[in-house]
Design a protein around this ligand. Structure first.
Ligand code: NAD
Ligand code: TYD
Length: 350
């Protein structure tokens, strides 16, 4: 059946991969990419699909109920896939209120428009909310996050995402809104803004600049290639059971230091540099306040119920990602100019 999908945050990292995937794979689905184009949104990321007939970009803020309502009317929206968010933990520590505004108020505004516009006509409707494993808190050396692990968010970012997840479930339980939620681990891949660990390190290794590792570098993340994530989203969207939550992980736990070393070695090899050259750029810097120690996803539910598993090992994914950043220096140059440069200097040079 044809679906008319409003994808919020489709100019951001994961959203742009999702838009590309849906627009190309489902030419019968009208896809509306709705994005405010904050510092993290870059419409250049979708230049390869922007003239396809089933794709339209609309610039706007998810808190603008009037504009969102008009899009529901104009395009007969029957699904929302909601990515738009402030997404960087370090920025949430500096400006928590921005995270409440976008992640909490923005999500509630979308939910309310969907509820109002869809009314009692809920056949074939879906509000799919994209969330994070960070809502579950921080693990010790053992254990995994499962779908019913109690929420224990510890940064302003994860607190705002947890709050938005609660509102999505509340709209389901109170008003019967059809919803899906997926909570995923750390994504990486092409088109990621270089404030996040992997693209920041690749960019600095290429430029032979210091590699700022927080604390002792032994924090652990579970790395998920963004294209694997988008395939999981496709499966959850089409086959997920209404009202359910699915955890999506990469089965790729690494300490930050191991990961940065792997990036150094791969880039050195690609650029024909001497072995061990870039590892000498690693610089241990002041730890992030409240830095979560370990995240790790148990992705058995999505595997058993929907048959999805990640395809990439982190080594394969990093090779592809590094190759992309080396081939797309123009994209990187455009996005690292201006406002981001000011942020970088404040975060790492003051
Ligand atoms: P991103 O920061 O790259 O992109 C966010 C996008 O949202 C940008 O295009 C931005 O312009 C847009 N946006 C921000 N505020 C907006 C507003 N008020 N109205 C409309 N658009 C707005 O984020 P990402 O890394 O692609 O993450 C996408 C989603 O996935 C987020 O909800 C995030 O919490 C979640 N997530 C991300 C990761 C990860 O590793 N990146 C992991 C788990 C979950
Ligand atoms: P990040 O990409 O910000 O994702 P998240 O905090 O949402 O997991 O960071 C991933 C890990 O890398 C996290 O443990 C913090 C660490 N980190 C650094 O050591 N140095 C950096 O410059 C950045 C941005 C992150």
């Amino acid at each position: 059946m044809t679906k008319s999908i409003l994808i919020t945050g489709g100019a951001g990292f994961i959203g742009s991969h999702c838009v590309r995937h849906f627009v190309k794979k489902y030419p019968d689905y009208p896809i509306i990419n709705f994005d405010a184009l904050t510092y993290a949104g870059n419409i250049e990321s979708l230049s390869d699909v922007d003239n396809l007939p089933n794709y339209e970009f609309v610039k706007g803020d998810i808190r603008d109920a009037e504009l969102v309502s008009s899009l529901f009317d104009k395009h007969n929206i029957d699904s929302v896939i909601h990515f738009a968010a402030e997404s960087h933990v370090d920025r949430s520590i500096t400006n928590p209120i921005d995270f409440v505004e976008t992640n909490v108020l923005g999500t509630c505004t979308l939910l309310n428009v969907a509820k109002t516009k869809w009314g009692d006509n809920l056949d074939n409707k879906m509000f799919y909310h994209i969330s994070t494993d960070e809502v579950y808190g921080s693990l010790g050396t053992t254990g995994y996050f499962v779908e019913d692990t109690p929420y224990d968010p510890r940064s302003p970012y994860s607190a705002s995402k947890a709050s938005s997840d609660h509102f999505v479930r509340a709209y389901h339980h109170t008003y019967g809104l059809p919803i899906l939620i997926s909570n995923c681990s750390n994504n990486y891949g092409p088109y990621q803004f270089p404030e996040k660990l992997i693209p920041l390190m690749i960019n600095n290794i290429i430029k032979e600049e210091p590699l700022p590792v927080y604390g002792d570098g032994l924090n652990i993340r579970d790395w998920l290639m963004v294209t694997d994530h988008v395939e999981a989203i496709d499966v959850v969207y089409h086959q997920g059971k209404q009202g359910e939550t699915y955890n999506i992980g990469g089965n790729n736990e690494r300490t930050n230091l191991d990961l940065v070393h792997a990036l150094c070695d791969l880039v050195d090899k690609k650029l024909g540099r001497e072995e061990g050259h870039s590892r000498s750029l690693v610089t241990f810097v002041k730890d992030r306040p409240g830095h979560d120690r370990r995240y790790a996803i148990d992705a058995e539910k999505i595997k058993n119920d929907l048959g999805w598993e990640p395809r990439y090992t982190v080594e394969q994914g990093l090779e592809e990602t590094i190759a992309w950043y080396l081939e797309n220096t123009e994209w990187l140059a455009h996005i690292t100019s201006g406002e981001y440069q000011k942020y970088y200097d404040k975060q790492y040079k003051s």
